[in-house]
Design a binder for this molecule. Sequence first.
Ligand code: ATP
Length: 256
Amino acid sequence: MSEFLPKDHPRYESIRMREHLVDMVDAKVLAPEGLIAHGRGEAFDYLIGEKTPDCVLGPIRAAAAALLTAERPIISLNGNAAALCPEAMVELAEATGAKLEINLFYRSRERIEAITKLMEKAGAREILGTDEARQGQIPEIGSERKRVDSEGILIADTVFVPLEDGDRTEALVKMGKRVITIDLNPLSRTSRTASISIMDHIVRAVPAMTRAAIELKKLNKTECLTVLDGFDNDKAFAEALRFISARLKALAGDAS
Ligand code: ATP
């Protein structure tokens, strides 16, 4: 943590998070390219006012219902997700019964080990995607992300892939899987292709998903499925764009 950063700095949280991510690059958890992806996310966070908009509560609840009612739910971890909210990911896995799997674009043994260590420190008991002998492949994907656990993503019916790239989201949807994503950019291919898209910062959205799952566990499976069936991602996507548009119009009005 920078000794030059006063706690009352208006961008304290954002700067602190950036410094943490740089440390995570040094620790091999995050690839340097992950910093650029984070920057793109930050830009979109400005557009939504750096807080969870009400229009995202529906997708968050539907995502929690999807994980709870799935037969084989998986939470896919990349470097950014592991670096930003390891404990929250473990809590979501525990609340929903989903398994955690490491899946990296810039894949190396060193990074897999660094992320495994970080997740174990955060309380994870089982982490898939680390055993080369159990590796399966998603042939439609060109990148290293095609390498998946044959007991995890390969056979999952529901996959949560926060901060994902469009190619893999498309491939997973084509395989018939329900795909949940978190992406601050509602225009990304991932947001537009996923079955459930959550336009929010990962550090806010994952704990909100856990809270929603804890609430939904009070319902029976049929009631949870009703929550899921009532969700329309196209409608939610349109609402997300309308939210940004209305916010910009209001700000433009204030400025004129
Ligand atoms: P696509 O292929 O889906 O069009 P992309 O190529 O931009 O998207 P990446 O470069 O992998 O995909 O970037 C990941 C996405 O994650 C970006 O769209 C970015 O807005 C988003 N993102 C980055 N950091 C965060 C964060 N902390 N919370 C939520 N979303 C984030």
